[in-house]
Write a protein that binds this ligand. Sequence first.
Ligand SMILES: [Zn+2]
Length: 60
Amino acid sequence: MLEELSCTCEHCDQSLESDRLILSMRTEDGTRRAYECDCGAVTITIVSDDGAEIGRPANR
Ligand SMILES: [Zn+2]
């Protein structure tokens, strides 16, 4: 299981590390995380309680 889950910016494909995390919010589906990239784009991911990335809200 991964402790640190990183993702990539959906705008410029740059990897987004935990220091880019601007918001983390727990929901029924898991933890919703928002990352802000250097380019200014905000990428949102949802991570389930077991650590697996479920996907992005727009894809559901
Ligand atoms: Zn970016």
